[in-house]
Design a protein around this ligand. Structure first.
Ligand code: 2P0
Length: 350
């Protein structure tokens, strides 16, 4: 067997997902088990996504990883959890097929290259698509098929488990201590609500000041509102969200989405010391959306914000181009942020 034949390589892509019921807070930090269930929409493959290539060869001396062209430390515990779990699954499968030969190359070292087509760690869910893509690509390379794949991605980054499926996806918090039932599950496929549109308004592509992992740790330690949210609000909100999605009821979907985003950011303020993810521009977008909806007397557009100032807008195809025009009017792209603040009144002024 020559060197060429000993190299196997797989490339996959995974899109970002944007939560409409937010995950914020862990009950187990090592296994990444959440305090509450969450629900998101996975974007299409041609939008915000990660592309990952994994090669394995008996000639590789060690596992290595490059993120957006720069080599990173492979000893990162979350990366190690994912690699170990996938190799364990692959060995388990091989033992049932043939215990003597290494068909998939699972005993070989891997080289991983991963690139995002959008700014990393700017509150645009890069870890979600990143770990989902890593775990899925490894599973393809090593021939792993398992309903537990989302539990592996979850151990890379909580929100990553939801990017393994398209469409509307829920991450059920689960009950078991080992986290085996803390899995993602598709609620409806990507073709279920074809008129639904998503628009990202990039307010800032800078890296966020407080990472999600440490931010939610501080929230769990200090916010009483978080406990109330996890115990009382989210269980019924999950049911309602699934119902309004199944009914394709946009006004109800939009209202619930905005309320859940607002509650998540309220928890950030209730955290001590407080965490500020939204900035002036984010607040102006929130006001604009409410004024737009008030003008029509119905919820036509909804915003949601993650751990950063960038807005994600959900709307229906019929209202998209008009809303984009409204955004362009109030936020002309050719004017830079500072000048813009001086030149125009804040839209919530009246
Ligand atoms: C979400 N976010 O549901 C929420 C909304 C941010 C705000 O999941 O520590 O990067 O890796 O499990 O998944 C961001 O948190 O945190 C997140 P870890 P993750 O999308």
């Amino acid at each position: 067997e020559n060197d060429k034949q000993s190299l196997s390589m797989v490339t996959c892509t995974a899109p970002v997902n944007i939560a409409v019921i937010k995950y914020w807070g862990k009950r187990d930090e090592d296994l990444i088990l959440p305090m509450n269930s969450s629900l998101s929409l996975t974007l299409h493959q041609d939008q915000l996504k990660t592309t990952t290539t994994v090669a394995c060869s008996r000639n590789f001396q060690q596992d290595r990883i490059w993120l957006n062209g720069k080599e990173e430390d492979i000893s990162n515990p979350r990366l190690q959890s994912c690699l170990q779990e996938i190799r364990r699954f692959s060995r388990k499968r091989q033992n049932t097929v043939d215990s003597t030969s290494d068909v998939s190359g699972v005993s070989h070292k891997v080289h991983i290259c991963s690139v995002n087509n959008f700014p990393t760690a700017a509150g645009l869910a890069s870890s979600a698509s990143g770990y989902a893509c890593l775990v899925y690509t490894l599973s393809q390379l090593f021939g792993v098929e398992s309903e537990q794949l989302s539990a592996v991605a979850r151990q890379g980054s909580g929100s990553a488990c939801r990017s393994l499926y398209g469409g509307f996806v829920q991450w059920k918090l689960g009950e078991q201590l080992d986290g085996k039932d803390s899995l993602a599950e598709q609620v409806e496929s990507e073709s279920y609500w074809p008129e639904l549109r998503v628009l990202t308004l990039v307010v800032s592509a800078e890296q966020k000041s407080v990472g999600s992992t440490s931010g939610m740790h501080t929230s769990v330690e200090t916010s009483q509102l978080l406990k109330y949210r996890a115990d009382v609000v989210v269980p019924s909100r999950m049911e309602e969200m699934i119902r309004v999605i199944r009914e394709r009821d946009f006004p109800a979907f939009g209202e619930l989405t905005m309320k859940d985003s607002n509650q998540f950011h309220a928890i950030c303020l209730d955290t001590y010391p407080p965490i500020f993810y939204l900035n002036n521009m984010s607040h102006r977008i929130i006001s604009l959306v409410h004024r737009y909806n008030q003008y029509y007397g119905e919820t036509r557009v909804a915003y949601t914000f993650d751990a950063g100032p960038n807005a994600v807008i959900y709307t229906l195809q019929d209202h998209l181009s008009e809303f984009v025009q409204v955004v362009r009017h109030f936020f002309p792209p050719e004017v830079s942020g500072e000048e813009f603040f001086k030149g125009l009144p804040v839209c919530s002024a009246d």
